[in-house]
Design a protein around this ligand. Structure first.
Ligand code: PCP
Length: 396
């Protein structure tokens, strides 16, 4: 009997995490002998959350493994691809296309969407923070806010979006990185005072772990920051995790700590901030002198992208419900300016409508008759791909 209320790999693969109406749909199609009806279905997003002008597609590796041995063809934008809700003409752009007997994939619609809606939202917020934090360190601190079964997915998506490291052991395994963290208030409270706790940490924890002293437990951040710098000669940074009740002007606190450390010759001691961080506060605190950010809720609780799967062709006949565009499409992207143009599949390759450069087909073969044919890159490679695109993507 499972301990936690989560679906197993087997349940997901067997389609048991689907909506019951798909089971009933399959039942009706089978009774009518229509389960083998050939269909083309496309995945598009509605308007992106918070008026984002782009999002990062994440969850494709899991989706490919979900569709392994399901006798359909899947064409998808590769994991880490920046996509838009609509192309330059305003037509909604598909990020994925499925071709095959509708009865073969109808019960997987729910899981397919679930695998990319949440992860893409997390990767997008992470990518936006990456642009705001520029070269400064971003650590995913959010797994405590969500069901623990999701921690590897959350950290992988944050890492792919551009975070430098993750705090969770299982999350570090999913990104093939080393987990990164500092010290909790509990260590200081149990040891009885800050100096004892900082010294104990320095004496006991492996030497290759950077010494980052938490400096907001009992007294003013600048007092504790000076104390920490005087206590640990190899201090890498101080962490300010100031409680909301004391936060006031957090940027001012960061400036004070920076000033007082520099005044005493501790320019090398960095300032790490965490607690309630978001796009606005990271921008502000970075300007004030913060060097690294531990971000939790804002990224792990990112808005899900509202992807939908819609049939656009049945037995070759164009069809689509109201509000969706009929027929099999291709997304062509300019490799120079990342402009997209959506055209009917049979149309020839266009030049970029904006800069006349060459375009490239974006929906790549991912599954062929149930066989994974796409390369499934490791998170570090996907992250590099995301970072390359970010240089050409505006922050609205
Ligand atoms: C929190 C803990 C989380 C940080 C802040 C993320 O501090 O360090 O990792 O917070 P966010 O979700 O608002 O971004 P505490 O709750 O004080 O926990 P601890 O004492 O363990 O650092």
């Amino acid at each position: 009997m499972p301990i936690f209320h989560i679906a197993s790999d087997e349940e997901i693969k067997k389609g048991e995490t689907t909506d019951i109406y798909f089971v009933r749909t399959k039942q009706v199609l089978e009774a009518k002998g229509l389960e083998k009806t050939s269909a083309v279905a496309e995945v598009t997003s509605g308007n992106l959350p918070e008026n984002w002008s782009w999002s990062i597609l994440c969850g494709i590796e899991e989706l490919a493994l979900l569709f392994k041995n399901i006798p359909v063809d899947v064409y998808s934008m590769p994991e880490g691809t920046a996509f838009y809700s609509t192309d330059i003409q305003g037509f909604h752009e598909p990020v994925m296309r499925i071709e095959g007997s509708y009865g073969a994939f109808c019960i997987y619609e729910t899981a397919l969407l679930g695998l990319i809606c949440q992860a893409s939202g997390i990767a997008t917020r992470a990518a936006r923070l990456r642009k705001i934090a520029e070269k400064k360190q971003l650590i995913s601190f959010g797994i405590r806010r969500m069901h623990p079964s999701l921690s590897p997915m959350i950290d992988r998506a944050a890492f792919i979006g551009g975070f430098d490291a993750v705090s969770c052991l299982a999350g570090a395994r999913s990104t093939q990185t080393e987990p990164v963290g500092t010290m909790p208030h509990a260590l200081i409270v149990v040891l009885g005072d800050q100096i004892k706790a900082w010294k104990a940490f320095d004496d006991i924890v492996e030497k290759d772990v950077p010494r980052v002293a938490l400096v907001d437990t009992y007294s003013d951040e600048k007092t504790e920051a000076i104390l920490a710098a005087e206590t640990l000669k190899n201090l890498r940074a101080v962490r300010l995790d100031t409680p909301l009740s004391r936060k006031g002007n957090f940027a001012e606190i960061v400036r004070e700590v920076r000033w007082e450390l520099n005044l005493r010759g501790y320019e090398q001691v960095k300032i790490f901030v965490s607690g309630g961080l978001n796009e606005g506060t990271i921008k502000q605190l970075s300007k004030a002198g913060a060097d690294a950010f531990g971000v939790g809720t804002y990224v792990c609780n990112s808005p899900a992208i509202n992807f939908a799967l819609d049939i656009v062709q049945i037995k070759g006949k164009l069809c689509a419900k109201r509000g969706k565009l009929g027929g099999k499409k291709e997304v062509w992207r300019c490799q120079e300016c990342l402009t997209d143009i959506v055209l009917p599949y049979y149309k020839p390759q266009p030049k970029c409508p904006k800069c006349r450069s060459r375009t490239e087909r974006m929906l790549k073969p991912t599954i062929k008759k149930g066989k994974i044919v796409a390369k499934l890159p490791k998170p570090k490679e996907i992250r590099r791909f995301v970072m390359k695109q970010l240089d050409k993507l505006p922050l609205d």
